[in-house]
Ligand binder design. Structure first.
Ligand code: ADP
Ligand code: ASP
Ligand code: MG
Length: 408
């Protein structure tokens, strides 16, 4: 008997009809002879709604209480789905992250899974039950055992982590699109669905804005070699397989485009150019769990330089409260910020060691009259930071320039 993990996202369980639709799909997997573990997200925009309500109470909610609140979204939908299954004659048990044995570190709102003890899940499966686990949450290690959440979109990570821990045959991510596309199909109607994609490419796309998969879920999938299927909750279309050796579907080609509007730029102006300055700025940011991307330091003139980096917009206030005093203490002039930016990235292992991709990207953006503010690359990705209001034009033009709509 195969064990499979299925995850259903927020829009797939947005109302009672959709929850019943998910229950039918879960029941079908069970009828086909599988043991089924389901990971469920909060209904529709519930998490956004809870965040909004918390911010009506205070601008800076206590993070422990914030997690206690956000975790309730998934706890509602898990119970609704279990009720729907039980009402149609299936044995089902819903479990919170803690009940499912998911232990995390103590970093509220961005917790990482440390270990999973799936004994309760196994016990329920052995009884013949379908097990429904609340996504995106766990319980912190140590004496306090507080409720933690894994970061926005983290239900994907719960699903892949459970699949790894249960040695599941496959982890199926069911969502509101039919798979992973060459670009966000809601932005680019001509985007093409990929049959398969390697972990490495998917991780770059996810880390640079393709929210169809949580990046840490892809990371775990690769680490534990869990095959991941991304497919629709509403149709039986075949979906996209994310796996190790995605066949060389396309050689020498960009595979996909991602964009991310959650970008703020910080420029530190007029700091002395001597050893230790970068460490003085970035070490306290790292200690505060702020991830920094795209760091550029200008060549110095008279031993004075400028340093620019980007952070997520919701980290900007915290980042500034850390960086400004450091800049002052080293005799820097000022810090300037800009939150009207976006990242656009092309990704593909085929680009590795092949010249010409960066030039084509820059030329395409230039032809659209789009100014590039910063550039970063990895071996399989080129990212340009541009003005947020030109993102759609940029993605559209790049999709065309790299002929991503064509099957090759
Ligand atoms: P869920 O609630 O099911 O987790 P998400 O909203 O997190 O769903 O992710 C699905 C969305 O990801 C799609 O509706 C789509 O707009 C967006 N998306 C962005 N990039 C891509 C891509 N390359 N392929 C497919 N979907 C993408
Ligand atoms: N409900 C959470 C969110 O909206 C987790 C998830 O859906 O993956 O981010
Ligand atoms: Mg998601």
């Amino acid at each position: 008997m195969a064990l499979i993990v299925q995850k259903y996202g927020g829009s797939s369980v947005a109302d009672a009809e959709r929850i019943k639709n998910v229950a039918r799909r879960v029941a079908k997997a069970k009828d086909e002879g599988n043991q089924v573990v389901v990971v469920i997200s909060a209904m529709g925009d519930t998490t956004d709604y809870l965040i909004e309500k918390a911010l009506e109470i205070t601008d800076h909610p206590d993070l422990r209480e914030f997690d206690a609140l956000l975790a309730t979204g998934e706890q509602q939908s898990m119970a609704f789905l279990a009720m729907a299954l039980i009402a149609t004659g299936y044995g089902a048990t819903s479990l919170s992250g803690a009940q499912a044995g998911i232990t995390t570190d103590t970093v509220h709102s961005q917790a990482r899974i440390l270990k999973i003890d799936p004994k309760r899940i196994r016990k329920e499966l052995d009884k013949g039950n379908i097990v429904i686990v609340a996504g995106f949450q766990g319980i912190s290690k140590g004496e306090e055992e507080d409720i933690t959440t894994l970061g926005r979109g983290g239900s994907d990570t719960t699903a892949v982590a459970l699949a790894a821990s249960l040695s599941a045959e496959i982890c199926q991510i069911h969502t509101d699109v039919e798979g992973v596309y060459t670009a966000d199909p809601h932005l680019i109607p001509g985007a093409r669905k990929l049959k398969e994609i390697g972990y490495e490419e998917m991780l770059e796309l996810a880390s640079y804005g393709a929210r169809v998969m949580h990046n840490r879920a892809v990371e775990l999938g690769e680490l534990y070699n869990v095959p991941i299927l991304v497919a629709s909750s509403f149709s039986d279309s075949p979906g996209t397989i994310i796996c190790k050796e995605a066949s060389m579907e396309v050689k020498n080609k960009a595979r996909g485009i991602a964009y991310d509007t959650n970008v703020s730029k910080v420029t530190v102006v007029g700091v002395p150019d001597h050893p230790g300055i970068a460490a003085a700025i970035f070490e306290p940011l790292a200690r505060a769990n702020i991830s920094v991307d795209t760091i550029v330091q200008n060549a110095s003139i008279n031993n004075i330089t400028d340093l620019t980096f980007t952070v997520a917009r919701n980290d900007l206030i915290k980042a500034m409260s850390i960086v400004e005093p450091v800049v002052k203490s080293v005799g820097g002039k000022q810090c300037v910020t800009d939150s009207t930016l976006a990242k656009v990235s092309i990704v593909g292992t085929g680009m590795q060691n092949t010249p010409g991709y960066a030039a084509r990207m820059f030329r395409t953006l230039h032809e659209q009259g789009i100014n590039i503010q910063l550039i970063t690359t990895s071996e399989i990705r080129i990212t340009c930071i541009i003005s947020e209001d030109r993102v759609k034009d940029a993605v559209q033009a790049l999709h065309q320039a790299f002929e991503l709509e064509k099957e090759t």
